[in-house]
Design a protein around this ligand. Sequence first.
Ligand SMILES: [Mn+2]
Length: 435
Amino acid sequence: MIYRWNYEALTYPQNQKKDDLAARLGISPILCELLKKRGIETEEDAVRFFKPNFKDLHDPFLLPDMDKAIKRIEKALGEKERILVYGDYDVDGTTAVALVYKFLRRFSTNIDYYIPDRYDEGYGISEQSIDYAEETNVKLIIALDCGIKAVAKVAYAKSKGIDFVIGDHHMPDDVLPDAVAVVDAKRKDSQYPYEHLSGCGVGFKLVQALAQNNKIPFNEITELLDMVAVSIASDIVPITGENRVLVHYGLKQLNSNPSLGLKGIINICGLLHKDNITVSDIIFKIGPRINASGRMMNGKEAVDLLLASSIEDALEKSRNIDHYNDDRRELDKRITDEANTFIDENIDITKKKSIVIYDESWHKGVIGIVASRLTEKYLRPVIVLTKSHDLITGSARSVMGFDIYKAIESCKDILENFGGHTYAAGLSTASWASA
Ligand SMILES: [Mn+2]
């Protein structure tokens, strides 16, 4: 592949500002040019960038509905109501659940957690989980890394006398669910100064608010930051602003004194003797193993591991998820090869603007990864489909300049379900539409 690098030179006034800043900070003008390209122009911002500090974390009560969320959670703790901590099956969701559960366990044992099955229940709040909550006498569900669109499910829970507190970081629709609290910095009415928190980051803000309200010193919750760092790196949210502070201290924790669960994973993925575990190590080694349990088995196993209370237990559970990861890799390679062979033998790719490919035997847990690989190879939008129960279901990935979410949305009359964003989306359909 031939790359063409476009270098954007600074204008004359920008150049002067840059030299000014370099002189004031006593650093090289080239470094300052790089800072400038990251939108860092003042001395103050540069210091914040180079020296992340806890004092730059924002007040959690600036998040919309945080006061209502804390009031409801404290009521549940005070009256010993049963609480269910609920989250998505990926790294961000499972770390969020583990983090909030671990903290709340200090105050109550009447608490449980739930991760929906990727295949039977799908993304978001499932009806099964609400039935489970009812059966186990849960009065409050805390939903993390999901829930912002769960209008019908929250209403269903309400009809059974179950309240919801939602802590999400996804984009809301015009109508919010009728929950006791909807904590999401992407709400239109949000006054929060930063909007790129991870789902687990929102969980940490909930914990920070609870600690603040109950005079628990901040240094008693910083041990939870290893999981926040793992979530930020794995969910690919920008490492700017508040996330930079969280990742900085989270990596410190991960390197010096990780939770037993993460220690187990560090052991089995070859990082034990590495001096300094980095964001890349999380993205390529730790994250995929946590994810593998949601892809191949059930995300709940990942939370069980993250909450392990002995190193023996952590190591045993880590070995299990390592096997899932090996299985995942093998499937990923086999399906990518099959897809490539099919495309090479049957399609003149120079005449096609996009690729839609289907095989009913492909494993649903890896088609998103396969779609990413095909998009990288053929530089075109790709949809990879497989059969799941009675549905045809698929993952879509796109390239710069083509909004795959919008493309899928324009076919919604033939779809059962779809979701996602500009470059990555998912869809399912009951039957083939005539092309
Ligand atoms: Mn997330």
